[in-house]
Write a protein that binds this ligand. Structure first.
Ligand SMILES: [Zn+2]
Length: 342
């Protein structure tokens, strides 16, 4: 990007009420068949328009065609039985009934490539596409086949790489892998998590990003955050390995978080998507608050490598709140851009 401080979101945006029940994760679709397909496209168009209206520089599909950032991808794969469910602990935080891996996992056809082509046809702006990361995928399943988290992650990395290559060919500029699990399983991240991520980006020429956050603003996550103490130093465990990796961009949670900003120093040289919007609160940030977070980040990341963003996805927020936050992000980034230009 030539423009300094290009803005983007971490990923999901609220869906229109005619598509799915609002302010809810895993919200069921309100339509079926062809009607649903057309409605998803319309929602994608709207989501793009809202980002453009707010002045966001790197736009996305707002994840309008997926019910959930992990499960929707897995639903399209072979080897996972969604009718056979087991209760597991997700990221050591909450119990959920999840599908079972019953055989070798594989991707018979593209998952999001048609959607990405459609988004590409709607805008000339740079586009970013989010996929779940291998470690976060395995953490949302019961594995009755490989019986090895590492083996299953490696299989998913291969599948993600197939999808990513086709997204790149469809004109996606930045492919992002969501790895909230990186903030929980530090030993695994360092043993094989980052390696699996690098397998997923193998051979890509477009830019690649990893998004590591403290999750959506849902109760299980806010309760978990309360147990993390006055300083959240989780990033310290994984940043050295990421700094040495081939990933281009690291997307982080910063605003209103107890993450010490100086931890960004550990990924010096990488581009950093700095979360300057809190997704766990309905309060809309002022541009000054956004600017203050960006200025703090500028102490540890070069201006041409700082990408203002949101802490996480905004799917569970009311639409008008999300719109307000997008505008605040743009306005806050604009303030700091003017200071840098002066
Ligand atoms: Zn997130």
């Amino acid at each position: 990007m030539k423009k300094l401080l290009p803005t983007s979101t971490a990923g999901s945006l609220p869906k229109p009420v005619w598509l799915a029940e609002p302010e809810k994760l895993w919200s069921p679709w309100k339509l079926q068949g062809d009607e649903l397909q057309e409605a998803k496209r319309d929602a994608l168009r709207l989501s793009l328009q809202e980002q453009q209206h707010a002045g966001i520089d790197i736009v996305s599909d707002g994840e309008q065609t997926r019910q959930h950032f992990v499960t929707t991808f897995i639903e399209h794969l072979d080897g996972v039985d969604f009718a056979k469910r087991e209760t597991v602990r997700i990221r050591n935080r909450y119990d959920a009934s999840v599908p079972t891996v019953v055989g070798a996992v594989s991707r018979q056809k593209p998952v999001f490539v048609e959607d990405a082509r459609f988004l590409r046809s709607q805008t000339e702006q740079p586009i970013k596409w989010a996929l779940p990361g291998p470690m976060t995928m395995i953490d949302t399943l019961y594995d009755n086949h490989y019986k090895s988290r590492e083996k299953l992650a490696w299989e998913f990395a291969t599948i993600l790489n197939q999808e990513a290559r086709e997204l790149e060919a469809a004109g996606v500029d930045i492919i992002q892998f969501d790895e909230p699990a990186f903030n929980v399983f530090f030993d695994e991240v360092n043993d094989w998590g980052v390696a699996a991520l690098e397998r997923a980006i193998e051979g890509l020429k477009c830019e690649t990003a990893v998004h590591i956050c403290y999750g959506y603003g849902i109760k299980a996550n806010t309760d978990w955050k309360k147990t993390l103490g006055s300083e959240w130093r989780q990033y310290e465990e994984t940043f050295p390995k990421l700094q040495a990796s081939n990933i281009d961009i690291v997307s982080l949670e910063c605003h209103n978080a107890r993450v010490p900003m100086d931890l960004i120093e550990l990924i010096r040289g990488k581009k950093v998507m700095v979360g300057a919007i809190d997704v766990a609160s309905h309060a809309i940030e002022t541009p000054e608050e956004v600017a203050a977070t960006l200025r703090r980040a500028l102490q540890f990341v070069a201006a041409d490598k700082l990408y203002p963003s949101t802490n996480c996805g905004m799917a569970p927020l009311p639409r008008e709140v999300a719109r307000g936050k997008l505008s605040a992000l743009r306005a806050g980034a604009e303030m700091v851009r003017r200071e840098l230009d002066a």
